[in-house]
Design a protein around this ligand. Structure first.
Ligand code: AMP
Length: 641
């Protein structure tokens, strides 16, 4: 039997042979002529000359063997519904959606922006886009109008697909007013909007622009729309993510490389087979949702669960056992979630975990943020199955590090997301010198030697220069992909993640750029200066905290005025960016701690907020500034308590 070490070595040393074998896991209309064109680094062109289609691989190709097998089960614990679609039914729905989009003028290469809750139609829309060779741009349903408008302007979609509302924690969140406002703000709004009416919120239609899915679906019920055979390198989608600047980046992914990477990951990492059931609790607005709610499980011929709701289902009596009920009911074999959700469940009575028969479950994968040891142990003991940490990014599209149980079984190591996956030539690099760090226990920046394996981002949408400058030129003397994460390796090659090297924070597994929040706060009339940092939080991993210098100095000192301004600022961020970006607290100071060259000392602010040692402060301009932060945070804490 192959060891994982051999498997990995071959993926790097015999790259093209290795990936040519993996490419056989999917259907090609025309087989690739060249496995990897690396003639123009850092732009890797995988499976050059091949033509394929993501929707064909996710849906059509299973019709021969799995037409009657459930492909997708959409469950809402919020409104108490469950809808199941076999592969044949999914095929029909996707064809109808593709025909509807076609009737609105969508053709190969167009963008379609999807702003939707976790309902089956969101998945139909994604699959319909790639069927047509159009790119989908899914924007998380929690984003507010300004953030949505910025994404609309960057993507320039021909059509937006949306719905009347989502529901979260028992509260209906109307999408249409947010979308209308975003469309009004956008400088390049689409001509048409396709709307799913769930009957949860009023859905006023703008004549000529807004159309109802129920009507178009009827009109195109029996449509057959052939899959567009696109080049392997044809982009399948863009997905926005946060970086160090306020401007979100459109991560662009290809078609063939992505399909192969996902098919390979389903086999080697998840050890999954057709007919089994995958339950990923993420949201289609995030990369995990793209890869492991939609494409990965469907490419593998599995049944995938699409879940609208919280880990503790809302209702007259909140249900902390809802996930385990679903595991029993649908015979879930593979489950994927985030540490935050497990920390939420850990606060509940452990008896809930014993209420249902979960013997179908083979393992639970967790990703998106560091998995702390108590959480890992608790859930592993409670479920009695392996809990597998995995580290990746929106940019990679599939795990960069984990344990590949489909290649060689291993228990992994608690606290570590594992070892570099096949295809990833991982390096730990000294940030100052750019040298590779070889020894165990040395802290460095985690980087990847090019080419990035199949499935990883091709470029930043319409901004090749930003792709090159941001990711490939930020380590001295090196031309490697920078993950912007600190890491350390032990003697056996297991990595440990030590946090971000940039200003990105991770709140409940969601990546937020502190600069993005700062820019919004700085745009408020009451704010002179602002610093946003991530501070440790027992449940969410990190929470955003804003340190603000008010324009009116007196406002910070007067408790009533400070409280009013804090509320106003929180509402402002909520309205501009969405609730997920809202800081947990705002504290007021007279000045911010900066270096003599004027650089904000975020790490020192963060250390003060977390009660840690601030480290070297020799460059600090005015030591009084840090003391002010300390006092303001102290006051804030008392207030919160
Ligand atoms: P995103 O692009 O939103 O998926 O965020 C990616 C970032 O989340 C990474 O750069 C890490 O900082 C963090 N991250 C993801 N998975 C893990 C993990 N298993 N352990 C620690 N940090 C993680």
């Amino acid at each position: 039997m192959t060891t994982f070490a051999d498997f990995h070595r071959r993926s790097i040393e015999e790259r093209d042979t290795f990936w040519a074998e993996q490419a056989r896991l999917i259907d090609w209309h025309t087989p690739p002529q060249q496995i990897c064109d690396w003639s123009r680094p850092p732009f890797a062109r995988w499976f050059e000359g091949g033509t394929t289609n993501l929707c064909h691989n996710a849906v059509d190709r299973h019709l021969a063997l799995r037409a009657a097998q459930p492909a997708l089960v959409a469950i809402s614990s919020e409104i108490g519904t469950e809808r199941s679609y076999t592969y044949e039914e999914l095929h029909r729905e996707v064809n109808a959606m593709a025909a509807a989009l076609q009737s609105l003028g969508v053709v190969r290469g167009d963008r379609v922006l999807i702003y939707m809750p976790m309902i089956a139609e969101a998945v139909f829309a994604m699959l319909a886009c790639v069927r047509l060779g159009a790119l989908h741009t899914v924007v998380f349903g929690g984003f507010a109008p300004a953030a949505l408008a910025a994404r609309i302007d960057d993507a320039e979609p021909r059509v937006v697909v949306s719905a009347d509302a989502g529901s979260r924690g028992g509260r209906v969140l109307a999408y249409k007013p947010l979308l209308d406002e975003a469309l009004q703000r956008a400088t390049r709004p689409p001509a048409q909007v396709l709307l799913v009416d769930r009957g949860l919120a009023p859905l006023p239609l703008q004549p000529g622009r807004d159309l109802l899915w129920s009507e178009l679906r009827q009109a195109h019920a029996d449509a057959v729309v052939p899959c567009e055979w696109v080049d392997a390198t044809h982009p399948s989608y863009t997905l926005y993510t946060s970086g160090t600047t306020g401007r979100p980046k459109g991560v662009q992914r290809d078609t063939g490389g992505y399909a192969v990477a996902l098919a390979a990951s389903m086999r080697h990492i998840f050890d999954a087979r057709g007919g089994q059931t995958f339950f990923c609790t993420s949201d289609i607005g995030w990369v995990v949702g793209h890869s492991y709610i939609v494409y990965g499980p469907l490419i593998a011929g599995m049944t995938t669960l699409v879940y609208e709701g919280l880990p503790v289902a809302a209702g007259a009596t909140p249900d902390p056992a809802v996930w385990w009920r679903l595991v029993q009911r649908h015979g879930v074999t593979h489950m994927f979630s985030a540490p935050t959700a497990i920390r939420v469940l850990r606060r509940q009575d452990p008896e809930h975990l014993k209420r249902y028969d979960i013997s179908s479950l083979r393992a639970l994968w967790l990703a998106g943020e560091p998995l702390d040891e108590p959480t890992a142990r608790w859930i592993q003991d409670a479920l009695g199955v392996p809990v597998v940490d995995n580290y990746w990014q929106t940019e990679s599209g599939w795990p960069i590090m984990t344990i590949a149980n489909g290649v060689e079984r291993s228990a992994g190591r608690i606290g570590s997301p594992g070892v570099p996956m096949y295809g990833y030539d991982l390096r730990l690099i000294d940030e100052a010198t750019g040298q590779d760090l070889q020894g165990a226990g040395q802290k460095g920046v985690i980087a990847i030697e090019g080419p990035l394996p199949p499935g990883c981002m091709q470029t930043v949408w319409r901004d090749d220069e930003r792709f090159v400058d941001t990711y490939w030129k930020s380590l001295p003397g090196r031309f490697v992909y920078n993950t912007f994460d600190w890491g350390v390796r032990d003697e056996d090659g297991y990595y440990f993640i030590l946090g971000r090297t940039d200003d990105v924070i991770n709140v409940a597994g969601h990546r937020l750029g502190t600069r993005e929040i700062e820019e919004v706060l700085a745009g408020h009339a009451g704010v002179a200066e602002v610093a946003v940092v991530g501070v440790a939080d027992a449940v969410k991993g990190q929470a955003a905290l804003a340190v603000v210098v008010p324009r009116d100095a007196a406002a910070g000192g007067d408790p009533a005025r400070a409280a009013a301004l804090e509320a106003e600022l929180l509402a402002h961020v909520g309205a501009q960016l969405g609730a997920i970006a809202r800081p947990s607290r705002v504290v007021f100071v007279g000045l911010l701690p900066k270096t003599r060259s004027g650089k904000l000392l975020r790490r020192a602010i963060q250390a003060v907020c977390e009660g840690r040692d601030t480290g070297d402060l020799s460059t600090l301009e005015d030591p009084g500034a840090l003391q002010q932060v300390r006092e303001a945070v102290g006051r804030g804490l008392t207030k919160t308590l």
